[in-house]
Design a protein around this ligand. Structure first.
Ligand code: ZN
Length: 362
């Protein structure tokens, strides 16, 4: 049998990359091992078992073409193919290597993204990331690693904000080098990562027409809610990361106007300890911290990257309405909910002007 294809033909389909095909004996094949989507096919003929097993290893060949090679009955091929499509195991076979694969990390990330989102093997998600902007403020070990993670994951533009000098304690995690000590963090990091990720755009500041989609702010010891007032008024999602004495807290991930904000967290802390505002003032006046410990730095950077990418990809980050705490020596994240504080106005819509009034409400 011969066939020709035209531009009007539906796209050829292949098995989704990253989903292993496992023989279970007695005419059974299992696709995937993740409980969220794994599938067991039973009652398969030997040729069908060999067809599916081969299809998992011939990534550039369509499922139908592989079926012909193993002489699978056409009706059975269509029925099994329809079931696999319904269960999310089929994606379009690429006609050529997509350009987005050249983005750092794309080839490694696409199979996982394709498993989580039915977007054709993760390529749509990567293409969307390539046009997003993320701001990172505070470029010690955590902020620098976070910027590298986001570039690796394919975020198109990173806005780096930190004019303080590189410290000796910033070294050792692969972002800064000994010769960088004393130079401005944002400048040196942009140079270092720019050479490593040539497809990523780098910026030093944002303006009204180039606002980031998300901002991550890494702070020593404490956050002051007023530091986030501009992001709140501009409606920009943001994630504070606070480096403590032997822990790091991330969150809440604030979706302005809809979820608990940093002021909510501040008010809750004040309810527990009425002296908290005074302590915040004192903590904020202390000199820069002694440095960011290795395990806390790497764990916090990865967690922050996960929160940002979840938001960019359309999911709800775990730190929305919560704080993620990582404390040594366990270094296992704990999730602590943060409710909207009843005295905070962060989720109260601004009043509507009265009909006929020309004066905006105060
Ligand atoms: Zn609030």
């Amino acid at each position: 049998m011969t066939s020709t294809s035209t531009s009007c033909d539906p796209p050829a389909l292949r098995l989704r990359p990253g989903a292993p095909v496992l023989g279970r004996g007695a005419g059974e094949v299992q696709l995937g091992t993740d409980d969220r989507w794994s599938l067991v096919l039973s009652g398969l003929a030997e040729a069908e078992t060999r067809w599916l097993t081969a299809a998992a290893t011939t990534q550039h060949s369509s499922l139908d073409r592989t079926a012909a090679r193993y002489r699978v009955d056409d009706e059975r091929r269509r029925a099994i193919g329809a079931l696999l499509a319904d269960c999310g195991f089929l994606v379009p076979a690429p006609r050529r290597t997509p350009d987005v694969l050249a983005t750092a990390g794309g080839a490694a990330d696409a199979p996982v993204l394709g498993a989580l989102l039915p977007d054709g093997g993760g390529m749509v998600t990567l293409a969307r990331r390539a046009v997003r902007r993320v701001g990172v403020s505070g470029l010690g070990r955590i902020g620098a690693l976070l910027a590298a993670h986001l570039a690796t994951a394919g975020v198109g533009t990173l806005v780096l904000d930190d004019d303080s000098p590189v410290q000796v304690t910033d070294l050792g995690t692969g972002t800064y080098q000994q010769t960088d000590v004393g130079r401005r963090r944002a400048v040196r990091l942009r140079e270092a990562l720019g050479a490593r990720y040539p497809r990523t755009s780098w910026a030093h500041a944002w303006h009204a027409d180039t606002m980031p989609d998300v901002v991550v702010a890494v702070c020593d010891r404490v956050i002051r809610p007023e530091s986030f007032s501009l992001l709140m008024s501009a409606g920009i999602p943001h994630l504070p990361v606070v480096v403590g004495e032997a822990d790091v807290t991330l969150g809440p991930f604030v979706l302005p106007g809809t979820t608990a904000c940093t002021a909510c967290r501040h008010r809750h802390a004040t309810d527990v300890d009425e002296r908290w505002p005074d302590l915040v003032d004192q903590l904020a006046e202390l000199p820069a911290g002694p440095g960011q410990e290795t395990v806390l730095s790497t764990t916090a950077a990865a967690l922050a990257a996960g929160q940002v990418l979840a938001h960019l990809d359309g999911a709800r980050p775990a730190a929305v309405g919560a704080v993620l705490e990582v404390a040594l020596p366990e270094a296992v994240p704990r999730v602590r909910p943060v409710e909207v504080h009843p005295a905070c106005t962060c989720t109260v819509p601004p009043p509507r002007p009265r009909r006929g009034s020309t004066t905006p409400p105060r």
